[in-house]
Design a protein. Structure first.
Length: 435
């Protein structure tokens, strides 16, 4: 028999967008149903391990675009915040200047609630700090990266931290959107995990709920309002299945790669990731201190060239600078399952410029130019697939009455910076609008 659920607002997805909307609306007295495809992995023995990363990501972390960009897509309570570096950045100024969306109040509120701040100087990593100083000497002023991370929350910090914290936070230092799901449930929200939503139910141009399967059992949720927050890939697919065929046309990815070099001293792999960063808004890229986790490193190195995998024994001496590119809108997420993200000539030109900057920084830090190499390009922030001004309006409303979108898919351009704080701010703004 079909399970029938009743609510005021159905929220699809429990990442930073869905969790925030659910929490804020419950606080305003709304009956909220939160639907999550995955489960709560936080207390599983494999959470934050290499095994876990295979179990709770789409296609065991082997999801690729047609062009070969690897995309790691967590499918679990908390969404992407379960496998991020805990970095926080305010919405870019162009969000207000070009699109009329002022998120200053919502951002300040979130920063205060979550205690967003850089790690204390002594916890930013000796090698990472040395690399940041070398960058400054080369003319690139790195700044301490604000974090959704508090050492006071952790049982063993920083000993338990390092590059592997991208697999999932085992020490408890990082904020996870699942914590706000906990608050929403504590306030009366209904949470259903293992919920695969097939489509939004639409009647006469009005969203009236969603339907799909929960643990294999058919269900229908009746709601006056539906908020889709299934991510830059999941959201356009759901909207396409619901009749909004233009969703998914074009996407951004904050295309990312790392430039590595080796030194005699300790490297940054055992230090908290991305503790120092640099932004060049004019050139359209961000740099940060980062390397791949120990077991992932030889795989990514070998994808670039088999000989680079032989550097695995020297992982403890590697310095890495990550490039996050503000890529142009291109490709898309298509109804037949394809994901395409080609780089434009302009993207490639700016990426080459950023690579040269990274090599200068690494050389200044003591790495031999002959030891340097780059990892394959990967897609870290699938976004821009249901863009503000193209697919949704400034209030994140679709052409279907009562149907809204709140996740990275609404970004009108690539953010070229950590996305979570912007998503949280958009979700707070949307909750106020709905209330």
């Amino acid at each position: 028999m079909t399970l029938i659920l009743e609510c005021d607002v159905a929220v699809v997805g429990s990442g930073p967008g869905g969790a925030t909307v659910a929490r804020e609306l419950v606080r305003r007295g709304r009956r909220v149903l939160l639907l999550e495809r995955g489960i709560d992995e936080r207390r599983r023995f494999y959470y934050g391990t290499y095994l876990g990363a295979l179990l709770y990501t789409d296609r065991a972390s082997l999801l690729f675009t047609e062009e070969g960009l690897n995309v790691v897509r967590p499918l679990m309570l908390g969404g992407a915040t379960s496998m991020y570096c805990g970095c926080a950045a305010p919405p870019p100024p162009w969000m207000k200047a070009r699109y009329g969306i002022d998120l200053a109040a919502e951002t300040a509120e979130a920063e205060e609630e979550l205690g967003i701040a850089p790690l204390p100087p002594e916890m930013r990593g000796r090698a990472s700090t040395r690399l940041a100083r070398a960058a400054g000497e080369a003319g690139y002023a790195f700044f301490p990266q604000p974090k959704f991370m508090s050492p006071a929350r952790a049982r063993h910090f920083p000993e338990a931290c390092g590059a592997r914290c991208m697999l999932g936070c085992r020490c408890g230092a990082k904020w996870n959107a699942a914590e706000w799901v906990d608050e929403a449930v504590g306030g009366g929200a209904e949470l259903r995990t293992r919920a695969r939503v097939d489509r939004v139910t639409i009647d006469g141009g009005q969203a009236v709920g969603v339907e799909g399967r929960i643990g294999g059992r058919p269900f229908q949720a009746r709601a006056k309002t539906v908020v889709v927050a299934a991510g830059g890939i999941g959201t356009p697919r759901l909207l396409q299945a619901s009749g909004l065929r233009e969703a998914g046309e074009g996407m951004t990815m904050d295309a990312t790669l790392m430039v590595y070099g080796f030194v005699k001293e300790d490297g940054i792999g055992r230090e908290p990731p991305m503790t120092w960063s640099y932004e060049d808004a004019d050139a359209g890229y961000m740099l940060s201190t980062l390397v791949d986790p120990w077991l992932l490193y030889p795989l990514m190195a070998a994808l670039e060239a088999p000989r680079h995998a032989l550097t695995w024994p020297r992982w403890g001496n590697v310095l890495g600078v990550m490039i996050k590119l503000k890529d142009d809108v291109s490709g898309g997420v298509f109804a037949d399952g394809r994901i395409s993200k080609p780089l434009t000539p302009r993207d490639r030109e700016r990426l080459a410029q950023a690579e040269e900057v990274c090599r200068r920084i690494l050389a200044r830090a003591g790495a031999s130019p002959s030891s340097m190499f780059t990892t394959p390009l990967r897609g870290t922030h699938p976004s821009g697939t249901v863009r503000i001004g193209t697919h949704v309006d400034r209030d994140l409303a679709t052409p279907v009455k009562g149907l809204f979108v709140c996740d990275a898919s609404v970004f009108p351009e690539a953010l070229d910076r950590p996305t979570v704080l912007t998503i949280v701010a958009l979700a707070k703004r949307l909750a106020r609008h709905l209330a």
